[in-house]
Design a protein around this ligand. Sequence first.
Ligand code: HEM
Ligand code: HEM
Length: 218
Amino acid sequence: MTPIRNTHEQWGSIQRTFHWGIVLLVLIQLIFGFVIYSVGGKGAPEVARFWHPSLGITIGALMLLRLGWRLANPIPETPRDIVPSMQGISKFTHYGLYALLILQPLVGYVLVSAFGHSPEWFGVAMPPIVGKSPHIAHVFGYMHGAIAFLILGFLALHIMGALQHELVLRDNVLPRMLPGLAMTPERQARQEGDTVDLRNAVRTWVRRDNVTPSKRAG
Ligand code: HEM
Ligand code: HEM
């Protein structure tokens, strides 16, 4: 059974629920955002104009709770076979996603305030944090669009990293974040193994998957 709290080996059920719940909300949020973008702010369908700020504020609040939970818990160790530069990219991507998904709702909130409206969270009017200002709206509107593309870029890096762990290195990194899936002893052993050269791992992977057993026997 997955423990509630994180351990040094795996993410706990709370952190996994935060992870996959927020993945779902961010995907819906990006779709609503680009619908609003493609039809131009005011002409956007009511459903997007209602859900986008409400979901966005929810994502920001969940990210803050998630950050608190992460700081109060141990973090699973990085597999030993990951070279320091890759570890650096992985950390940078995780911190980046936290920063962007906390910043983006704030920028959206300022944007709606600068349009001269009260941002609404599921029908509840929240206090605007700046007065009506076309100049601030222009700058923050630009930032909101740019941050959305940064989020997409960080997500692409992040997903490539997850796929590399799962398909090439075959360690425990994906199973220890998936809901309910336990880590296998075989993968755990590989995770604790000595440093391996990534190029060698890719070569082994290509050989294993592209050669049929009959060819291998021959
Ligand atoms: C993680 C949270 C969020 C993401 C990923 C996100 C993403 C996006 C994207 C991709 C767009 C279209 C690009 C653009 O027009 O700039 C957009 C537009 C917009 N978003 Fe967000 N957003 C988030 C949170 C929020 C929040 C919390 C609010 C308000 C409280 C908000 C208000 C708006 C508004 C008003 C627009 C239309 C901008 C315009 O008409 O120029 N967003 N958002
Ligand atoms: C909106 C989409 C996503 C966001 C914002 C996100 C964010 C994060 C963050 C911040 C972490 C660091 C751990 C933490 O503090 O919770 C993490 C870990 C992880 N994510 Fe994602 N993620 C997203 C999508 C995905 C997808 C689609 C996959 C799989 C293909 C994935 C696989 C993983 C894995 C395997 C870990 C664990 C890394 C480790 O144990 O070292 N994530 N994610």
